[in-house]
Design a protein around this ligand. Structure first.
Ligand SMILES: Nc1ncnc2c1ncn2[C@@H]1O[C@H](COP(=O)(O)OP(=O)(O)O)[C@@H](O)[C@H]1O
Ligand SMILES: Cc1cn([C@H]2C[C@H](O)[C@@H](COP(=O)(O)O)O2)c(=O)[nH]c1=O
Length: 215
């Protein structure tokens, strides 16, 4: 029976790597798949992993219709056994509904990958709909770690290493960035709540609690 699966986790926990591995394993057994993505850091119509793997993908725009795309391929004599969808948090709720229909009505497996929550801990629309509709939600086994060593569960947006809580929901970016650039850092919930990043925790350790006593 075909399935709609949501592989989720924080940023930098290996989702795109797993997406590419799954594509490789299925393709190696003669199955025919299509990779989709939206707003990958490496550019349009590309899926990239920090381990250096990269592949071409179909870019999912605002008006993209999965059902129409797949039906068009099938009616032209093509074979489609599975879909890989990376950065699925950026898909619209309607697009996730289309993916569920593809599973149910066309018997095609759909494997989706994405972060669940944004820098303000709110669900992305695509992730929310996936949690509502998926046959299975799988949390990735590779743990991204907070600076304190605990499992990272939340994504912080940073500017110069300092956590920010205002801004647009979607800002494409990476975890390893230069000073002053907008970037991201994965944190445990405790440190996300306290807005304590690696940089600000270092600064807190360095600054003395009491001013030196003079004289
Ligand atoms: N130099 C490295 N050596 C070993 N593993 C690495 C290296 N760089 C990144 N990784 C692994 O790649 C993971 C990030 O993979 P990626 O697929 O890009 O993540 P995601 O798509 O979830 O953001 C990291 O959690 C780490 O396990
Ligand atoms: C938390 C958060 C992230 N993003 C962006 C930043 C990256 O471009 C992607 C996540 O990619 P990854 O492969 O999982 O590392 O999402 C965003 O736009 N808004 C956010 O709040």
């Amino acid at each position: 029976m075909a399935e709609l699966v949501f592989f989720s986790g924080t940023m930098d926990c290996g989702k795109s790597t797993l997406a590419l591995q799954m594509d490789h394993n299925h393709a190696a057994r003669g199955r025919q798949g299509i990779i989709f993505t939206r707003h990958d850091r490496a550019g349009t119509a590309t899926i990239s992993s920090r381990l250096g793997l990269r592949a071409d993908a179909v870019e999912v725009g605002d008006d993209f219709e999965f059902q129409a795309y797949v039906v068009h391929l099938l009616s032209a004599g093509g074979k489609v056994d599975y879909l890989i969808c990376d950065e699925a948090q950026f898909f619209s709720a309607a697009q996730i509904d289309q993916l569920a229909r593809i599973v149910d009505e066309l018997g095609i497996d759909v494997f989706t990958f994405g972060i669940t929550t944004d820098f303000r801990t709110k669900l992305f629309p695509g992730s929310q709909r996936l949690i509502e509709l998926a046959d299975r939600v799988e949390v990735l086994q590779v743990e991204a770690l907070c600076w304190c060593g605990a499992r990272a569960t939340h994504n912080a947006r940073t500017v110069g290493g300092v956590m920010v809580v205002e801004g647009a929901q979607v800002v494409v970016g990476d975890v390893a960035v230069n000073e002053d650039e907008i970037g991201y850092e994965v944190l445990c919930r405790r440190h996300h709540r306290r807005r304590l990043t690696a940089a600000t925790s270092r600064a807190a350790v360095l600054s003395p609690d009491v001013l030196p006593f003079e004289g």
